[in-house]
Write a protein of this length. Sequence first.
Length: 246
Amino acid sequence: MRILISNDDGYFAPGIEALAAALAQVGEVTVVAPERDRSGASNSLTLDRPLSLRRSANGFYHVNGTPTDCVHLAVTGMLDTLPDMVVSGINHGANMGDDTIYSGTVAAATEGYLLGVPSIAVSLVSKNPQDFSAAAQVAAELAARFKRQPVRRPVLLNVNVPEGAHGDLKGIKVTRLGRRHKAEPVIRGLSPRNETIYWIGPAGEAQDAGEGTDFKAVADRYVSITPLQIDLTHISEMPSVAAWLA
């Protein structure tokens, strides 16, 4: 089984090291990740300059681009054969609800999915992640399941693992995305040149965190797995828009 690994925290991140070590027990692993932290890069491709691919001392490849660049470059140009899976992570923090729109971790998995490869995004729900072993074990278990039971068509799964020991997890729940409140305000400051600068504020708290959501599952110490789709068409609004245009 050939597994392509990427992330958005950079090739040096401890989360991707833990993920690569765990998945190496399941199949042949190739790591292609950004050369620096590209959190929040979403599904962006670099089109205004060429990309470079370099190999680090630990065997991981890194690209001077986005998470989407990494997977796109690997699948369409670097690898001789299509990988059997793309696994992105382990992200340093949650990717639940609206986070998935901005997440580079989810974006890397999405690119694999769009290129016809079953893909998983894995995140550790912690504000100060230290131990990635439980999330890495969950990822390895899912990859092993894919190996035993190959899927008939590509899927895109968003996986969030509660912080703590693997033995403390209550199980797995298939969930829908919840919703957050709007983000906190930007943080204003001054640069060393006395210029006004702004930092994007943190994500808001969960607004829709009821039964069946990823927020609720993680709060109850279950691994949350949400199947994602890319079709953004608001089907139910189509008749009203057509009537408005008539």
